[in-house]
Design a protein around this ligand. Structure first.
Ligand SMILES: Cc1cc2nc3c(=O)[nH]c(=O)nc-3n(C[C@H](O)[C@H](O)[C@H](O)COP(=O)(O)O)c2cc1C
Length: 172
């Protein structure tokens, strides 16, 4: 494992494909208190709430019944690990099976790294370490497009939105 810390201003990626096609892992928790991870493809990388400059931020969305939700709720930090393309099967597995039912991380052979009060994976090519700034559920009243709401949330299990300040970016 050899990561170097990157200046957020030097980050070169396409957020649409990084999220929508590479499927990062969101992870929260620690070695002491336990952790969980799951695959995501919805989110945003950008800048929010900076005064007099940029404040790099990652926004993630986690449905309340995910096991990961317990950890993202309870933790001050979360991480986003982007893995190389040969981990696609592992990412599909981590996005299908719940950590509530088995040790899915061990099953796919990923190596957790416990650092900065949170957890990420040694196999990642890029890691965003985030400090939670804001968490709140998506609300029904907010939907301008009611058809979209009905389609995405037939069971009204609105995602919790987490805005995290990107405090470090680790890259290979
Ligand atoms: C490609 C892909 C993208 C996903 N994106 C999200 C997402 O953005 N938010 C979410 O709540 N669930 C998402 N999921 C579903 C969770 O990853 C899945 O339910 C997972 O098994 C939850 O694991 P857990 O119960 O251990 O937290 C996605 C699944 C896949 C396969």
């Amino acid at each position: 494992m050899c990561f170097k810390t990157m200046d957020p201003k030097e980050l070169l990626l396409n957020p649409i494909t990084t999220l929508g096609e590479e499927w990062p892992l969101i992870t929260a928790g620690s070695k002491e208190g336990g952790f969980n991870t799951m695959t995501i493809s919805w989110g945003h990388i950008g800048s929010l709430w900076g005064t007099g400059g940029t404040r790099p931020t990652f926004i993630a969305y986690v449905r309340p019944h995910r096991h990961t939700h317990e950890f993202t709720q309870a933790s001050d930090m979360f991480t986003i690990s982007v893995l190389p393309s040969d981990f696609k099967d592992a990412l599909a597995y981590l996005g299908r099976v719940s950590g509530r039912d088995e040790d899915k991380v061990a099953k796919v052979g990923l190596t957790p790294v416990f650092e900065q009060g949170t957890t990420y994976f040694a196999e990642a090519k890029l890691v965003f370490i985030c400090r939670k700034l804001y968490q709140a559920p998506i609300v029904e009243e907010g939907f301008v497009d009611r058809e979209l709401m009905a389609k995405v949330y037939p069971e009204r299990d609105y995602h919790t939105m987490y805005v995290g300040e990107i405090v470090s970016i680790l890259a290979r």
